[in-house]
Design a binder for this molecule. Structure first.
Ligand SMILES: [Zn+2]
Length: 328
């Protein structure tokens, strides 16, 4: 079968998947409308209604824009999100630390189980001090790709998203926020350990504001910008961690299932043309993302040969140090 025919069939398969996607069943209808007040209250966002969804429905070959406009689930950008998390962990290992399993902790299937290290430690302390009390967390870390979807849905009045922060501006992107279903039960245990309850406007939402809390605002944006540059050396953008028109344009075009070249902890060996060379040396973090994207295919782009060359070049330059990449 010719490459052109193969490509056409793949695109048809993608289209059929998109058409068949049951929007409401994918979590489009929120059971409750929840909003997050972020920072000093200047930004408001809505928690995504994704508690019962899986993280495995990214569609190969789909751009983020297509995913945004054809689904109501942020899981449609799971592959890209996992690369962003891995890249961010390369940049700042303590920003997104993994939540260990606990008998009294249940994570929603779509929750990325990461918090900033001090917040993680205090959460674990709260859980261990109340071993007979169950906690369900339906949202913790959220990536800029997910926040872009939420914001676009909010802008277009889709998917029951009534309010959303602009990408890069949700506390869920910083590793400081978590949503606890049994919020009233856990309020005292959490607030006594440095968490702040947002209040009735979004009762499930807590922000960590205690000892050691650091704002990593923009880290996920910077991680995305670096991934973009690594995969698009002829179209690089500033790796400033700021969400703006340049970054938004690239986000729309990015593969929802992840780039050909994923995260790398190599600081000084950026792909030529990239601008993200201002990083300190960092230890390789223990990246242990869920393996739900281990079977993700490479994005269906017309530049696969070019990407393959890049992969080869990068691997030759930095094979021992690549970390956390699930898409190549
Ligand atoms: Zn929240």
């Amino acid at each position: 079968m010719s490459q052109a025919v193969t490509c056409l069939l793949r695109r048809l398969a993608v289209l059929s998947l998109l058409v068949a996607a049951p929007v409401a069943a994918a979590g489009c209808v929120a059971s409750t409308e929840e909003s997050d007040e972020v920072g000093q209250g200047e930004e408001v966002t809505s928690d995504e209604p994704e508690a019962t969804e899986s993280q495995t429905d990214a569609v190969t070959g789909t751009t983020v824009l297509q995913a945004a406009d054809s689904s109501c689930s942020t899981t449609s950008v799971n592959g890209l999100s996992q690369q962003i998390i891995a890249e961010a962990r390369c940049l700042t290992p303590d920003a997104y630390t993994t939540i260990p399993s606990r008998p009294n902790l249940t994570l929603g299937s779509a929750a990325y189980a990461y918090l900033e290290k001090p917040a993680r430690d205090k959460l674990v302390a709260a859980l261990d001090a109340n071993p007979s009390t169950q906690m369900t967390i339906n949202s913790m870390l959220r990536t800029v790709a997910q926040q872009y979807l939420l914001y676009r849905w909010y802008q277009s009045s889709r998917c029951s998203i009534s309010l959303a922060a602009t990408p890069g501006n949700s506390n869920h992107e910083t590793g400081l926020a978590l949503d606890v279903s049994q919020y009233s039960t856990w309020k005292t245990a959490l607030t006594s350990r440095g968490f702040t309850w947002l209040g009735s406007s979004d009762p499930v939402h807590f922000d960590y504001t205690g000892t050691g809390a650091v704002s990593y605002k923009g880290l996920d944006v910077k991680a995305f910008q670096r991934l973009w540059n690594r995969n698009n050396p002829s179209d690089t953008i500033a790796t400033d961690g700021l969400w703006g028109p340049q970054t938004e344009t690239r986000m729309k075009k990015s593969p929802a299932a992840g780039f050909a070249i994923g995260a790398t902890c190599v600081a000084a060996r950026e792909v030529p043309g990239g601008q993200g060379v201002d990083l300190p040396d960092v230890d390789l973090p223990d990246v242990d993302l869920p393996d739900t994207t281990s079977d993700v295919d490479l994005p269906d782009t017309t530049s696969e040969a070019h990407s393959a060359t890049l992969i080869k070049q990068l691997r030759q330059a930095s094979e021992p140090e690549i970390c956390g990449d699930h898409a190549h």
